[in-house]
Design a protein around this ligand. Structure first.
Ligand code: KIV
Length: 266
């Protein structure tokens, strides 16, 4: 099956076709997502929250990200695979950033990397893409900056901040990023940014006017516990379905109903 490439993703914006991105952390789930026709699979550092049970993404390491990217790559034939640079994998120096981005490609099997972007990392984006690695920017709510912003807050509501984010999106494109995630910003600001740049925007909590949308897989299928953010839509409640299945198993084992003759060897 043909792989989704970076030029194709940029063409999708030109053609007005929506880009769909979903996170994955293991091969089996990635395979389901890929077969469902998703364009980009992101191995997000949301790994920390949804898989590792952590309160935030800050402790996630490069080695953990590489391990999960590697196993996700085994489940994918069609979708583009993007690896998320974890906290402190690119902040200290451009050299660190290039080397760690390279690990996603060489060891993880990814085809691009994403990094949470502010004005300090434009040179880093330029340097990584010059090294031959496509970069997805990420602006608005950046979970790796929660200790600066004071938590998971909607960004860009104030005029000055909205202007800053618009300029940052333009500079991120100029630095060579091939797309930008817009997280938790007002929908009119996301529209303005989307119309002002030539590379695709991929929204999460940024309304309907972005070129594409991303959701965390555990949120999308209802595996994440309540409360969930307002922008999440659960397409199924797997938590309920799995709880019932496991409870039924518990009951049947305790009552001696399972295993029956149909599930036993002679
Ligand atoms: O880590 C992640 O899953 C992300 C997406 C929510 C965009 O950054």
């Amino acid at each position: 099956m043909k792989k989704v490439t970076v030029p194709e993703l940029c063409d999708m914006k030109r053609r007005g076709e929506k880009i769909v991105m979903v996170t994955a952390y293991d091969s089996a789930t990635a395979n389901i997502i890929d077969e469902a026709g998703v364009d980009i699979v992101l191995v997000g550092d949301s790994l920390g929250n949804v898989i590792q049970g952590l309160p935030n993404t800050l402790p996630v390491t490069m080695d953990e990200m590489i391990y999960h990217t590697k196993i996700v790559s085994k489940g994918i034939e069609h979708a583009h695979l993007c690896g998320d640079m974890p906290f402190m994998s690119y902040q200290a120096s451009k050299e660190d950033a290039i080397r760690n981005a390279g690990r996603f490609i060489k060891e993880g099997g990814a085809e691009s990397i994403k990094l949470e972007t502010n004005e300090n990392y434009l040179d880093t984006i330029y340097a990584i893409q010059k090294a031959g690695i496509p970069v997805m920017g990420h602006i608005g709510l950046c979970p790796q900056s929660i200790h600066i912003t004071g938590g998971y807050k909607i960004q860009g509501r104030e005029i000055q901040e909205a202007k800053r984010l618009l300029e940052l999106a333009k500079s991120t494109e100029e630095a060579g990023a091939f797309s930008i995630v817009l997280e938790s910003i007002p929908k009119e600001l996301a529209k303005k940014i989307t119309e002002s740049i030539n590379i695709p925007t991929i929204g999460i909590g940024a309304g309907p006017f972005c070129d594409g949308q991303v959701l965390v897989i555990n949120d999308l299928v209802g595996l994440s516990p309540d409360p969930i953010p307002r922008f999440v839509k659960r397409y199924v409640n797997l938590r309920e379905i799995m709880t019932k299945a496991v409870r039924d198993f518990v009951d049947e084992v305790r009552e001696g109903v399972f295993p029956d003759v149909d599930h036993s060897y002679n």
